[in-house]
Design a protein around this ligand. Sequence first.
Ligand code: NAP
Ligand code: ZN
Length: 348
Amino acid sequence: MFKTKGYAAPAPKAPLAPFSFERRDLRDNDVHIEIQYCGVCHSDVHQARDEWGRGMFPMVPGHEIVGKVIGVGGKVKKFKVGDLAGVGCMVDSCLDCKSCKEGLEQFCENGFVGTYNGKNKDGTPTFGGYSSNIVVREEFCLKISPKLNLAAVAPLLCAGITTYSPLRHWKVSKGQKVGVVGLGGLGHMGVKLANAMGAHVVVFTTSASKVEDAKRLGAHEVVISKDMDQMKAHLNSFDFILDTVSAPHDYDLFLSLLHRDGTMVLVGLPDKPPELHAAALIMGRRRLAGSLIGGIEETQEMLDFCAEHNIVSDIEMIPIQKINEAYERMIRSDVKYRFVIDIQSLNA
Ligand code: NAP
Ligand code: ZN
């Protein structure tokens, strides 16, 4: 077993605090990673505060993990000691059902094993990346290009793939008008990726202070979503809208901006169910869908796409001791645009 230092939420809504635990010994197909950086996703806040109601405590959050390989099991083929490696939201799945065989492990019919707040197949709890090291089976480890800033790559493992996957699935392409709702961790990646795919990108933000940033990140237009005149100017005009908002808001309003047969995809997962008027869909035969992270193969494709296009996250690095403050700021939409924990700070 490997002694591991981390930070955990001891109970729902309690502040995160130092926590020691052990990682399993390496199995034949395991990779042992010394974690260098871990991104802070809004899903960490939702789960550490048990807003989705399935929290297991103590909980060590963190599913945007990058670091160095420090050990490999006897049958590992893709990684060797010294390589960079990444881990996202999943550490295991059955790899045998229809979804897994199609590379859609996130929809594993037997349930994927979450990187944290999940249960390994032997029933033990999983602990995430707010920690010094992690042991993960090779199939769920990603190759990381040494070309990019490692700390700024960490958020790609969740925010990157969660926005890349729907853009690809719904075939966003050159010349399409694409909206991104909410300019946070997911949203700012959505803007960069949709821009790189050639779309005409419009950001919807509630924060007037983010307008200039949105343009720098790749938006062609920016709309303050609280300003109904600005909203009305875009009625019936979008091919695709990606909604990344973490709190309850008016979906009908954004659906009305889609043109006929347009699609809006929800990736933001607020704690309360929305109100939705059927007319918002009926008029114009509009579609509303959801999307969950992305499969492992697609995550590797996204990382390679980002390396090719020089895309990383805009980050604010924090020592782990500032994690509770970071959560508060994230809830206030005060992050530009992803907190990343420098895991070295665990030794401070
Ligand atoms: P984040 O960095 O906190 O960004 C959320 C953004 O939503 C904020 O920056 C803000 O943007 C906007 N917002 C917040 N409160 C709002 C409100 N009351 N009304 C309107 N807009 C509001 O969060 P994140 O890490 O990007 O995560 C976003 C959501 O996606 C979370 O619910 C998270 O759990 C979920 N998620 C889903 C998946 C998936 O697979 N589907 C994966 C990861 C995360 P502006 O300041 O620009 O308005
Ligand atoms: Zn996440």
